[in-house]
Write a protein that binds this ligand. Structure first.
Ligand code: PLP
Length: 306
């Protein structure tokens, strides 16, 4: 991992190496933390922009609210802190990781008055699943693990504790020689990847699982907007595992994964076994937008200069 110089920690910048916590941090024991994954990109004109920064910070505040945690900063203050973190580290492009967690104090499940702590780290990070994945697509498996029932874990919160489920699914997929997992929900319908939402194309129509058990990804939202604006029909509905097998195209979306085609699921080739036509069109436009190449979506970008 490529380090940066400084991390924003409870309102102050501290050297990367000094951004530490006590071993009795509540979140370390009980998963009581919420996080975001945000990307900043170098734009075509040489400036930089953070993609959908406000929506990410609002979601962080809401993820915490779902867990009963009040972050002592507004979304706006967190936006400013994120930009300041990019600037102080001279990062033209970066992955940004805000995290709010319950700190140390009392032990036991009830967090009591333990401090609510917040960090924002940023560092250079390329394609999450590899450059080749973006071009050629990846091989995935349906996980033996199920996405939590919406009343088991709070699936709309990007909560650290929820990620044990993702770690299990991802690790299993890698151990089995695949690159990512698709998880089904408690009813057996397709929900999402370990950290990505999923879309499929059938007869030229785009489908994505409805929001019941999925994390409402901002990349998912962006692709839904974009597809509709480009004139595609888009349906949010229930999708079964076998519908994916016979789809013309399937792809993942996420801040980390961006728009990654899926070329194989459970050893069945999807479409032609390479990036699909519509996937490619959406992916190209998505990358154009995040680099500031389409004025219609300029409102998604928070610009800054190094
Ligand atoms: C973060 C996340 C996504 C993707 O959301 P984006 O806002 O597009 O980054 C999808 N699924 C899960 C489980 C996630 O945690």
């Amino acid at each position: 991992m490529q380090k940066a110089e400084k991390i924003w920690f409870d309102g102050e910048f501290v050297p990367w190496e000094n951004a530490q916590v006590h071993v009795l941090t509540h979140a370390l024991h009980y998963g009581t933390a919420v996080f975001e994954g945000i990307r900043a990109y170098e734009c075509l004109d040489g400036t930089s922009s953070v993609f959908r920064l406000e929506e990410h910070m609002v979601r962080l505040v809401n993820s915490a609210k779902i867990l009963g945690i009040t972050i002592p900063y507004t979304a706006e203050e967190l936006m400013e802190a994120a930009i300041a973190t990019l600037k102080i580290n001279k990062l033209k492009g970066a992955y940004i990781r805000p995290l709010t967690f319950i700190g140390d104090g009392a032990m036991g499940v009830f967090p009591g008055k333990n401090p609510i702590r917040t960090i924002i780290a940023a560092w250079p990070w390329g394609a999450y699943l590899g450059e080749e994945a973006l071009e050629k697509g990846i091989r995935v498996q349906t996980s033996t693990y199920t996405r939590p029932h919406p009343n088991t874990m709070m699936t709309k919160s990007k909560a650290s504790g929820n990620y044990v489920n993702s770690v299990l699914a991802k690790s299993e997929a890698l151990a089995n020689g695949f690159e990512e997992a698709i998880l089904l929900d408690a009813q057996g319908y397709v929900s999402e990847g370990s950290g990505e939402n999923i879309f499929m194309v059938r007869d030229g129509v785009l489908y994505t699982p409805n929001v019941a058990s999925v994390l409402q990804g901002l990349t998912r939202d962006s692709i839904i907007c974009l597809a509709k604006d480009m004139g595609y029909e888009l349906v949010e509905t229930v999708i079964t595992r076998d519908m994916l097998y016979t789809a013309e195209e399937v792809f993942f979306t996420g801040t980390a994964a961006e728009l990654t085609p899926i070329r194989e699921i459970d050893r069945r080739t999807i479409g032609q076994g390479r990036i699909g036509e519509i996937t490619k069109i959406l992916q190209q436009e998505f990358f154009n937008i995040i680099k500031g190449g389409n004025e219609d979506y300029a409102y998604w970008l928070s610009r800054y200069s190094i």
